[in-house]
Design a binder for this molecule. Sequence first.
Ligand code: XMP
Length: 515
Amino acid sequence: MADRPVLIFDFGSQYVQLIARRVREQGAFARIVRHDITAERVRELNPIGLILSGGPSSVYEPGAPKCDPGIFELDLPILGICYGMQLACQTLGGAVQPCPSAEYGRTELFVADRESPLFAGVDAATTVWMSHGDQVREVGPEFVPLATTPSCPVAAVKHKSRPVYAIQFHPEVSHTSQGSTILANFLNKVCGSDGSWTMAKFVEREIERVAATVPADEKVVCGLSGGVDSAVCAALLAKALGDRVVCVFVDNGLLRLEERDQVAKAFGDSSKAELRVVDARADFLGTLAGITDPQEKRIRIGHTFIDIFKREALSIPGAKWLAQGTLYPDVIESGGDPDGPAATIKHHHNVGGLPAELGFELIEPLRDLFKDEVRRLGLELGLPESIVWRHPFPGPGLAVRVLGEITEDRLALLRKADAIFLEELHAAGLYRQTAQAFAVLLPIKSVGVMGDGRTYDQVIGIRSVQTDDFMTADWSRLPYDLLAKVSTRIVNEIKGINRVVYDITTKPPGTIEWE
Ligand code: XMP
């Protein structure tokens, strides 16, 4: 059962990935598929149920996305949400029209049929989240209404003879107070899910799959960045393949204080895989000498990394595979799943065209997982919390946090300040509550006074943000006492810094990094 997916048809809703995560939270394996997947392909994928997502279109408009009507003949449980409801009802004989006035936000749902499995344990009146301009006006001969809201006479329906349900509201968003009960009811009571898609099961199956994929005489190269995705990817591969995994960690000289040792220790302690640390500090600092333009820094770092990684990977006898820590949102958004929706937002390019250039095959053990699931997987695999809960760190490293020219001395100043800030954030118990926190070294000097003397020294900026997706962010309201302590320690302990500023800019208009 745990292997059989719930397929989520993507009709363009901004909530498609959220639906998938909610389904997984209930212990069922959700996969997002293109809305026009054929009924035959659906049958091959052997799902336990289908969810038709919402979407921005109107079902009665020419060109509106439709599903293969054959899916309704498969006798599979189906839950239509919002647009998905309108499409299910229209396809099976109901009528959809514009609402007299569009309905957005919280509203009260009155459940008329509390015997229905979909509403088991749900209150007779419950708060739901609506976001629609159309609604089902007539249910047609095949559906019975289950619930209403003050402005939506048909807010939920059930098919008379098939396991097809549909709801106008969004159970996946947290504003629908009993949304997870409703989703759980659909999965457990209608689809017959046994809730057994757990991380432990995932690990077991993925280890088997990796072991079966990589022939016994071949090796996998896995780039380690110090971040959580590559660490989890490496740990999983190591469990499956042992010493046939060779991890390559490139020390580009742009790492945080003691980062190289931390990665080597966290990794060496828990894995049979071979770890190769490439000391490329001179190459990177050489190519960055005199460069101040942020994009130019990124370009040079990217090229140097590829050259060095390629050279190292090609020197490993038997290496035929390159591991990449691609996550499910990247796969979906880049159109990387043949059954998934077409590319929408971005093309992911963790290591660009490296596999092809190297003549390697690509292996992506995390491609079915969301970020929060990768963290759970990391814990399951025994990785230390310090790696699993690490904030993201940009590929170009401290090069984009030393504003202006990069020199050993300036990097050393920044490292010390950054370490003090993170140490105090940890000590205050606030590290996990912030999404990303770091120091930057500004390209200016300012006047100060120390003892009896005037100083003319460098300035450190402190940045800490709250965000879920890193596309928008708010600055963290860190306690003044914490900021005071960080500032005092930085100016007292680091010779050459006489001023500390706290960045209170949201994104947009600011970005999280300063360069
Ligand atoms: P911005 O600064 O664009 O950052 O608001 C959003 C997130 O992306 C990270 N970031 C990068 N990551 N290479 C990376 O791998 C880069 O060039 C890069 N620039 C920004 C940043 O740390 C934040 O998490």
